[in-house]
Design a protein around this ligand. Sequence first.
Ligand SMILES: Cc1ncc(COP(=O)(O)OP(=O)(O)O)c(N)n1
Ligand SMILES: Cc1nc(C(=O)O)sc1CCOP(=O)(O)O
Ligand SMILES: [Mg+2]
Length: 226
Amino acid sequence: MLRYRPDFVRSRTIEPIRPRLYLISPPTIDLDAFEIDFRNALNGGDIACFQLRLKDQPADVIRAATQRLMPIAQEKGVAFLLNDDPELAAELKTDGVHVGQKDTPYKQARALVGDDAIVGVTCHDSRHLAMTAAEQGADYVAFGAFYPTTTKDAPTRAETDLLEWWTSLAVTPCVAIGGITVDNVTPLIKSGADFIAVSSGVWKYSKGPEQAVAEFNRVIDMSVTS
Ligand SMILES: Cc1ncc(COP(=O)(O)OP(=O)(O)O)c(N)n1
Ligand SMILES: Cc1nc(C(=O)O)sc1CCOP(=O)(O)O
Ligand SMILES: [Mg+2]
């Protein structure tokens, strides 16, 4: 099966890495209205992947959103991941799934979606959780929340030294998440985050999602060259 996969392997070279944007949906959406925002965001510039994170929505709502949005993402080479539910991800043949510490455990999620799919794991601010997830074979580990966020009641705050530590020793890529905006993303880029996960910083950007994605990419390009 063809799967859309960003390069979830970091080679350790002296070249600075260029982090990529990891888009996360709002927790609830009106599908017709969101499709327009989504298309606009995808037109804004480079995006590695998109996570459909419709919290506590019925499976049929998630099915309908996936069937509508996944082809749009894949057409642009953007991997489509489902949050929380590896069984539904397997049924819908998404490119991957993201699981947290209170969701299906990594090994079970992997068994459900198969070896070709992307499986990412929330590791909060924990080195131990990240090492465990990476050893088990996770495609990425996610650290957060780096900044205050109103999207989720995030249980931990992560600091940039965690990214520096992780990227100095691990090859499994790391995702930085939580309250990230175009105005506060630079320290995360400088600390080595491989992926920058953003929800409200794109969907609630004053100039709209297309400009937000363009601006994130501009800041990323500036930060890796300066
Ligand atoms: C990329 C990414 N990182 C972290 C999370 C949070 O997952 P989780 O802790 O399971 O919380 P919910 O998102 O399910 O509320 C994520 N979804 N994506
Ligand atoms: C889904 C999620 N997980 C977090 C964690 O800390 O694990 S923070 C978060 C919210 C991300 O949305 P925004 O970019 O709007 O802050
Ligand atoms: Mg979860």
